[in-house]
Design a binder for this molecule. Structure first.
Ligand code: BTN
Length: 260
């Protein structure tokens, strides 16, 4: 993606009101999420977008490193300023997952959603979402929606070889990063506006029909410890319903670490 004209190329494809209308593209940074958060603190408007050719400290959930090779992937961080109480924010990551899935499907590939925020093609991770927020008093001050999509990666390091894939590997062709970015902005804007107006529940059927875990035995790492059970459903608040030996439980935050 090393392209000094990237911002103009995205702008020429953009069909949004605010998402991506203010856009900074960096040749290199530590993490586009850090850049977007710092920009938001300096007053970046809702919809401001940071992308980069590479990240030196790209991060995933649970402090994991996000593989960020130069010019082969999309590193995308969006500033949002929803007027919401912090506890109403977590479903936004799931809603963003639908937007990323739609952008990927527009390249002609089927994609699965793994609770809460992984996007998989044939069981291998193609994209992930890292949402970070800061609050002031009782309300959300700024949200950074960080999205990494393996667009044109042709070779992963050995430790990711079996678990990761790219859109290039899945389609056999090069994906145009500017077109993909503009399309993703469009899908995010439309779903974000519906999320603010209607809440997440009416959007979740689109998440559930791409869900990959239901009916499978999983182990989930939660803030309260590890739990095992059969993943049964996504409820209307975005929680994963797990059937354990002690009965059904709702998990609001966690990471699925094993699937059987
Ligand atoms: C995950 O699946 O664990 C989340 C991965 C999120 C990666 C993206 S790449 C753009 C943004 N900047 C980061 O440092 N992380 C997110």
């Amino acid at each position: 993606m090393s392209d000094p004209h990237f911002v103009d190329e995205v702008a020429s494809e953009l069909q949004t009101l605010f998402v991506g209308r203010v856009h900074r593209h960096l040749p290199e940074c530590r993490s586009t999420n850090d850049e977007a958060a710092a920009w938001a603190r300096r007053g970046a408007p809702e919809g401001a977008l940071v992308t980069a050719d590479t990240q030196t400290k790209g991060r995933g959930r649970l402090g994991r490193v996000w593989h960020s090779p130069l010019g082969e992937s999309l590193y995308f961080s969006l500033v949002l300023r929803p007027r919401l109480a912090p506890h109403r924010l977590p479903p936004l990551t799931l809603v963003a997952g639908i937007a990323v899935a739609e952008a990927i499907e527009s390249e002609g590939v089927a994609v699965e959603l793994k609770w809460p925020n992984d996007l998989l093609i044939s069981g291998r991770k193609v994209a992930g979402i890292l949402t970070e927020m800061s609050c002031r008093g009782l309300s959300v001050e700024q949200v950074v929606l960080g999205i990494g999509v393996n667009l044109n990666v042709s070779k992963f390091p050995p430790e990711l070889e079996k678990s990761a894939t790219s859109l290039h590997s899945a389609t056999g062709r090069r994906i145009d990063p500017a077109r993909f970015t503009a399309r993703l902005c469009g899908r995010l804007e439309s779903l974000y506006r519906r999320f603010l107006a209607e809440g997440p529940a009416p959007l979740f059927p689109e998440w559930r029909r791409r869900a990959t875990l239901f009916g499978r035995t999983v182990e989930v790492l939660t803030p309260e410890g590890r739990v095992r059970g059969v993943a049964e459903a996504l409820d209307d608040e975005g929680a994963l319903i797990l059937r354990t030996n002690e009965g059904p439980i709702k998990i609001f935050a966690g990471e699925v670490v094993q699937v059987r």
